[in-house]
Every structure is written in C-alpha cells, then in structure tokens.
Ligand binder design. Structure first.
Ligand code: NAD
Length: 243
C-alpha cells in the first residue's frame, strides 16, 4: 500500500468533494497535507484531522499561491483539484463564462505548477496530479461546453508538463472522473428542479448502475501520489461509462 511518510502534499479545492476525500486519504497514508480552499467554513472541519494543516488559498490569486508556497517550502505532491462546472451548449456559453472556466480550471493549475516545480526539480522528484474529467477530449457530453473545453486543456497541460520534465524526476498525470457524488453534483441535481429524476438520469447512463464516490477517486489520487512509472497519462475513473 502506498505510504507517503516524509512527503508534503498540497491539495486545492479541499473543503469538500473529491479534494476533501483526497486530503484525508493522503494524510492517512502519512503525508503532511496542506488542505486549501476558499470555503473557510467547510475547510475548518478538517482542522483537527491528523497530518492535515488547513490554509485559505484562492487558486485565482497569484499572490495567494506565491505566499502559500513560500510559507511551506518544497511540495512533493500537488493535487490541482479546484474547479467549476458550467452547464450549457456553445450558444448558451457567454465569453465571460468561458473566460472564467479557463481561469479556474486551467490557468490556476498552470500557476500552481509554476510555483511548486522549481522545488520539485531541485530534488529531482515530484508528483503532479491535475483534475480533468471524461467530459473533455475523451467524451463529448451534452451541455458541458465550457467545462469540456477547459478539461481537455487540462489534459494538454498535463501531457506537456510530463514531456518536458520526464527526465528530471517529475510525474504529471490527469485524473478523469465520470460522475461523482460531491456537494456540487448535489447542487446541480437540485438546480434541475426534479432531484430524483435528475439523479436517475445520471445513474441511468452508468453501466455499474451507480455513480462514484469521492473516496473512490481519492484512492486513485493516493496511487498517483506515490506512483513512479506513470506520467503524461489520463487516468479515467468513471464506473465504465466510457469503456
Ligand atoms: P465540488 O465542486 O463540490 O467542490 C469544489 C471545491 O473547489 C469547493 O470546495 C470550492 O470551494 C473549491 N473552489 C472553488 N473555487 C475555488 C477557488 N477559486 N480557489 C480555491 N478553491 C476553490 O467538488 P467536486 O465535484 O469533487 O469537484 C472537484 C474537481 O473534480 C473539480 O475540478 C471538478 O471539475 C472535478 N470533477 C468532478 C466530477 C463530479 O462528478 N463531481 C467529475 C469530474 C471531474
């Protein structure tokens, strides 16, 4: 089983959902985890968890990123998890929605990698895990235009970083979940008006007859945090949806 004693892991979007489950799982495996988010209230629920230190980090702020990395020194594992889902087709997507999706889902990952990479390169070791989605270059999903554009960009970003630094001890991989039962998914289901019908539609497209849990994705994050022979890959975890 992957052990991460002596490793420092930075997780963004860690207040809830997959980021939170991953922060807890990495900490259980022995890593010193810096769990970050903009949701101070939810983040505070992690305060007394062993091996977890919480810190406010708005991934849209270069200043926040620079201060956090300067305060915590070399990061061994970066999990870029913070992200947003925009619903809608191309014709329904405003330029500002597209710009915002790019800022939060892609540019923030670039900025975080830029901040931690020098430390990783100095020690010739580091694992970067970027949150993408099967709604990307993997699968066309209706009503996910801005989301899919930006998550496809995450895959390109991941492969590019992996190729540039593969000889210097850096692994960079993308996680591509299908539908995962997180607080924001619950919000999206409620927003459709008929929660049960919306949930049934999501479950109905799953060959396994259920959607995934944040804890299942967290196991993949843990694996990639410790993995030494995979880089530049998309790791799909979707209950067989795209199989
Ligand atoms: P979520 O959407 O419920 O939570 C996202 C977290 O990101 C929240 O705690 C939020 O406060 C934080 N966040 C938002 N803006 C931020 C900012 N500017 N700075 C720092 N933190 C910020 O969690 P989730 O559904 O588990 O999604 C996590 C990631 O997984 C996202 O990138 C999402 O696109 C991706 N994903 C989710 C699913 C799914 O079905 N839930 C599927 C595929 C990919």
């Amino acid at each position: 089983m992957t052990q991460l004693h002596g490793k420092k892991a930075l997780v963004t979007g860690a207040a809830q959902g997959i980021g939170r489950a991953a922060a807890i799982r990495l900490a259980q495996a022995g890593a010193q985890v810096i769990a970050t988010d903009v949701n101070d209230e939810k983040l505070a629920e992690l305060t007394n968890t062993p091996n977890i230190l919480t810190a406010r980090l708005d991934v849209l702020s270069q200043t926040d990123i620079d201060v956090l990395v300067a305060n915590h020194g070399t990061i061994d594992v970066l999990f870029n998890c913070a992200g947003i889902v925009h619903n809608g087709t191309l014709l329904e997507c405003s330029e500002s929605d597209l710009d915002f999706a790019y800022q939060l889902n892609v540019r923030s990952q670039y900025q975080l990698i830029k901040a931690v990479l020098p430390g990783m390169l100095a020690q010739q070791d580091g694992s970067i895990i970027n949150m993408a989605s099967v709604a990307s270059s993997i699968k066309g999903v209706p009503n996910r235009f801005a989301y899919s554009v930006t998550k496809a960009a995450v895959i390109g970003l991941t492969k590019s970083v992996a190729a540039d630094y593969i000889t210097q001890g850096i692994r960079c991989n993308a996680i591509c979940p299908g539908t995962v039962d997180s607080p924001s998914l619950q919000d999206r289901l409620r927003a459709q008006g008929d929660y049960q019908a919306a949930r049934a539609a999501f479950v109905g497209r799953q060959p396994m007859g259920r959607i995934g849990t944040p804890e299942e994705v967290a196991e993949l994050v843990l694996y990639l945090a410790g993995a030494t022979f995979t880089s530049g890959h998309t790791h799909t975890i979707d209950g067989g949806w795209t199989a």
